[in-house]
Design a protein around this ligand. Structure first.
Ligand code: NAD
Length: 483
């Protein structure tokens, strides 16, 4: 197999919030794995910048510990770790003050790519952009990577876009949604647009409905008070599920180029119908035998924030009119699993007669765990005794399919390297984010106006019964939540 890895030029990557949870668990271990894969060019540097008073040696120890904790032990070769650490530097910088900025300015080198990862609280995104600009640290080719959440409604997202636009051009802004970095999500585009097999069937004539499920088994735990201000719709639907929906529903772009892809995604968001409140189910988990309730986790006895949401959506365009899309996401469900299921219609006429319990074709795209795809097809049950039909999966697990049995790169690894390559395809454009909020805001407003409370559901199951009814009343069923 010929490697098509696109080389990366020498860079300085500054991680604001380099001592935070995300940097420790995802960004730094991911960079180490890319280093092991030979993708960090000679001379590339990673500079941690945060409030803590580390020196280079202290931060290297921090990075070393992060690698030991979050990269599998077979990769802990000391010589490699030491070589990686030799590229790491640290500088205390205050995003809201003057401390550290002169030092950062003098640390940056000319003629290398400069990237700045904003892995800090959203209220610091604007101040960081301003200071990078005012201190002349960013040049016309510099890139900023902006974490989620990108606003909490249309107004705040617009304001944030406007602040960033004062210092950076849109082609320099990488709004991250790590769902887009997942192998399966990109494979979704490869499967749709690289084969003739699916695309002719990919419309309301052949697709009965689509289900998108992102289930988590954990509660909101340690981040309860933060979560309580956002809820499932802001935390998951407006960004991650919306992005998945776009990739499933978009028209083929004319080329696999950032703006061509993002134009098509934007058209999907704009074609989304405003859902009827009857088509939305909001839930909050109860306490279990040994698990606290949502309200306990959120430390808010009066909370009306949803930890679960299920919705039925329609897309008003020629391709999808009449095919409902069902979304659901929630905490404290049976398993941690994310998948998209494209459920095809039954054949118009069965030449084999009616058969009990027969189900149609389903293409399942699994995001986690075990990234892969699975197509359920009908075959004849082997053996004599008439024509009995059964369904069997045509299964493709990416981990098994990879020739060298290597790990699938983590979403963050891929996305960070795309930043270095200057490829924005898997990042959200400003107008996309605004369109997603413009669709979300009235939904939230409607239930706030109606003072609608979420219904309670038991932990460890599949959410409120009302969510089952959402499909049941249409003669459909959710797929089981199982890993
Ligand atoms: P964190 O609280 O663990 O870390 C915050 C970092 O910001 C620390 O390094 C801290 O030193 C730094 N910081 C705080 N105030 C500062 C200031 N005035 N100047 C400079 N640095 C300052 O946060 P986190 O969990 O790592 O999250 C970072 C960002 O990533 C947030 O926007 C969050 O929403 C997003 N995010 C995090 C996760 C996750 O799993 N942790 C997942 C998705 C998105």
């Amino acid at each position: 197999m010929v490697s098509r890895v696109i080389p990366v030029e020498v860079f300085d990557l500054v991680i604001f919030g380099g001592t935070g949870d995300l940097a420790r668990r995802k960004i730094l271990p991911g960079l180490y794995r890319r280093f092991l894969a030979g993708q960090l060019p000679e001379g590339a540097r990673i500079i941690g910048a945060a409030r803590a008073d580390f020196d280079d040696a202290g931060y290297r120890q921090f990075v070393n510990d992060a690698i030991c904790e979050f990269v599998k032990s077979s990769r802990h070769d000391k010589a490699h770790i030491d070589e990686f650490l030799s590229r790491i530097k640290y500088l205390p910088v205050d995003a809201l003050g003057d401390a550290g900025w002169q030092g950062l300015a003098s640390l940056m080198r000319p003629n290398v790519i400069r990237a700045f990862y904003f892995s800090v609280a959203p209220r610091l995104f604007g101040p960081l952009a301003e200071r990078l600009h005012d201190h002349g640290i960013a040049d016309a080719e510099s890139r900023i990577v902006v974490e989620k959440p990108f606003g909490r409604d249309l107004k705040s997202a617009k304001a944030l876009n406007a602040v960033l636009a004062e210092s950076f051009d849109e082609h320099q802004i990488y709004r991250i949604d790590h769902y887009l970095g997942k192998e399966t999500v990109q494979n979704l585009m490869a499967v749709r647009f690289g084969n003739m097999l699916f695309e002719p069937l990919w419309n309301s004539q052949y697709v009965d409905h689509i289900q998108i499920t992102v289930a988590e088994s954990v509660g909101v735990g340690g981040r309860g008070s933060y979560y309580d201000k956002s809820g499932a719709i802001r935390d998951m639907v407006q960004n991650h599920l919306m992005q998945l929906l776009c990739l499933i529903a978009m028209e083929p772009p004319s080329e696999f180029e950032p703006d061509a892809v993002r134009d098509e995604k934007l058209k999907v968001i704009r074609a989304l119908d405003a859902p009827d409140q009857q088509d939305i189910v909001r839930g909050q988990y109860r306490s279990g035998e040994d698990t606290p309730s949502y309200r306990d986790d959120a430390e808010n006895d009066e909370s009306t924030t949803e930890s679960f949401i299920a919705m039925k959506l329609g897309i008003s365009n020629w391709r999808w009119k009449g095919t409902p899309i069902y979304l659901r996401t929630g905490k404290r469900l049976r398993e941690r699993t994310s998948e998209i299921a494209v459920v095809f219609k039954d054949p118009p006429h069965s030449i084999f007669g009616e058969q009990e319990g027969r189900r149609g074709n389903v293409l399942v795209i699994r995001l986690q765990p075990n990234e892969g795809m699975n197509l359920r097809v009908t075959i004849k049950e082997p053996g004599p005794g008439g024509m009995r039909l059964i369904e069997v999966p045509l299964d493709m697990s990416f981990a098994e399919a990879l020739a060298d049995g290597d790990d699938i790169p983590d979403a963050y690894e891929r996305l960070i390297m795309d930043v270095m390559r200057g490829n924005q395809t898997l990042f959200m454009r400003g107008d996309e984010v605004e369109a997603a909020w413009a669709w979300t805001d009235p939904i939230i407003q409607a239930w706030e106006d109606a003072r609608k409370k979420p219904v309670e559901y038991d932990p460890g199951g599949s959410g409120p019964d009302d969510s089952l009814m959402l499909l049941h009343r249409d003669g459909r069923r959710w797929r089981e939540i199982k890993a």
